[in-house]
Design a protein around this ligand. Structure first.
Ligand code: SF4
Length: 225
């Protein structure tokens, strides 16, 4: 598995915001967003990841779970974790035996470009899908994860124009608005709070859920927290 970091923290985005979780941040991504907050998972020259045996990774995750008995959620993030579905499936299965006394929920954070294999899908409880629009510097694409019951769609927006672009995409792809979030662009609390009132007005008008990245509010751009 190509892995960047494993750590215990709280979920900072989406419908499970605030819940304690063990994060597994996978290396590599198939997009190149100009606002990426984890360039060390993919950017040439900034790579901070390694290819490691699943056995060592599962032990590290198990140790964190044992150290935090109240945590029952795992977040598979990146980079783009859907590039490594087979390894995620294998690790979840290892963990099921290793931490047999706990039922774990599994959440995947993905850009939505890669469909879930059925073997992964049956082990995953939620997808936090963050489709990228043209403002990210990537070409626009249609989300390939369309299991509405399990998926929320989180657009990163910093201006009214970003919101308008995201709304056009939501309409074009017929995504359910009650499962769409606008997450305020920024890596520090100051940046996000400064932009939030504008985004909040659009959310009120359009029926979209506003969110800010709680981890950035609490710890700015620190890693592994
Ligand atoms: S999809 Fe996510 S990890 Fe990949 S470049 Fe964009 S923001 Fe970074």
């Amino acid at each position: 598995m190509v892995i960047s970091e494993i750590f215990h923290s709280i979920q900072g985005e989406g419908p499970t915001t605030g819940r304690p979780a063990v994060f597994v941040r996978l290396g590599m991504c198939n997009l190149q967003c100009n606002f990426c907050d984890t360039p060390y998972t993919w950017k040439p020259g900034q790579e901070d990841y390694s290819d490691e045996a699943n056995e060592r990774i599962v032990e590290e995750i198990a140790k964190l779970l044992i150290a935090h008995p109240g945590t029952n959620m795992m977040i598979w993030t990146g980079g783009e974790p859907m590039l490594q579905q087979r390894d995620i499936v294998a690790t979840i299965d290892y963990l099921k035996e290793r931490i047999a006394d706990r039922v774990l929920e599994h959440e995947v954070e993905t850009n939505g470009t890669i469909a879930a294999h059925p073997e992964l899908d049956k082990r995953i409880d939620r997808y936090n899908c963050s489709p990228k629009t043209a403002m990210s510097g990537n070409n626009t694409y249609s989300v390939r994860l369309r299991d509405y019951a399990k998926t929320i769609y989180k657009y990163v927006v910093g201006t009214k124009e970003h919101c308008e672009e995201a709304l056009r995409e939501i309409e074009r792809q017929k995504l359910p608005r009650d499962r769409c979030f606008f997450m305020v662009l920024g890596t520090t609390a100051e940046e996000m709070l400064q932009r939030s009132p504008t985004i909040a007005e659009v959310c009120k008008k359009e029926g979209i859920t506003l969110c800010i990245r709680l981890q950035s509010v609490l710890w700015n751009s620190a890693r592994g927290v």
